[in-house]
Design a binder for this molecule. Sequence first.
Ligand code: URA
Length: 453
Amino acid sequence: MTMHAVDLIRKKRDGEEFTPEEIRFLVRGAAMETIPEEQLAAWLMAAFLRGLSLAEVDALTTAMKLSGEVFDPAPLGRFAVDKHSTGGVGDKTSLLVAPIAAAAGLVVPMISGRALGHTGGTLDKLECIPGYRTQLSLREMEQVLAKVGASIVGQTKSLVPADRVLYALRDRTSTVESPYLICASIMSKKLAAGLNGLVLDVKTGSGAFLRRKEDALFLAALMVETGERAGTRTAALLTNMEQPLGRFAGNWVEVQESLDLLSGRRHPLNEDLREVSLALAGWMIFLGDAAKTAAAGRQRAEDILESGQALRIFTDMVEAQGGDTSVFAEPEKFHRPAVRRDFLADRSGYLAHVDCTLVGWAVQRLGAGRERAGDPVFAHAGLEMHAKLGDKVKVGKPLCTLYADFDGRLTEPEILLRLALVIADEPTPAEPLIQDIITASNRKQYLEAARHP
Ligand code: URA
């Protein structure tokens, strides 16, 4: 029987469940642009309001994944793993975990994104390295993987074209923040890379897209369920995004901070970054079958980081993708913002609260992000934090240092930071860095506990 989009919109509007064929019809219509935008938009809003069953999310993810080209890592002869974050501020874990997992004998085909909203983008950071190419074909990515084991690239035109259409429509119709649609969007792209194992870093707290912990847990469990149904071993770590991760947030400054950790140069203000990265890499190594437990994987990850192997693989990957690694010799000398200004504490006390989303916006407005899609970003924009939540701070001393390409760029970030960084007489107790771990064995309990909407 012929299907009509209008009937499917009515069906979802009235709360009924779609068959996999009906979902395939809608996704094909989106990818091939044979269903008009107004009908796709109405269907998205019905799905947003009514929610989707687990079977529908599974069918939607698979149909989206198969809407374009898929990557097959089998010829590489090693298990393929990846890590995906739901987006954060100062989150540069990808630059650390990809080479660590590759050094453990796995391949890491990592398809990353650009700055989105208040969050930073891995591609924007890597493109600060002169010559680094993020737009590789799947064939070129395979060659880099065969040579060095890790490749961090951008999405190609032919990978999950249905998501490109649906995501742009969601952006324009206020239907982004649906756990079902987010799950299908993220997982279709991850599963199109043919992964054996996937670790999801689901952020929670003031800098996360989903601020409420129960929403983050539900999304995490939904993604684990979808990955496992597709035959990819999947786990999700719920991690704290109450403040920027590490010491720096921006573009080149984040590459510089990653190089520090890869070179064994630790700093008290980035121990959180090191810890989250080792936990994520440990899970990648475990899910990729290169360790018996996640704890053993974490130990392996730490040994690799300390040995300098991860730095060698990162350097090899950058060179294989056209980057000039001579700038790695003295990374702080390559950091050339036109202006630097300290942002001072206006009272003494403790750094008691950080609105991390506002800090993220401050970083983007310094020039690390873009106003419109396609705008250039400034490689040397960003900020350095001088205090973490709970630290004692003194009036007139720097809370952070801002970097930008011209003076006028600092005004708005300074206003945002004055609102974002709250100093009080008492410190507030610190939340744990890793708050929950959702795996194949406990996912059902999280799905049932947090039924949505
Ligand atoms: N990132 C994605 O790729 N898709 C979403 O829907 C949200 C974040």
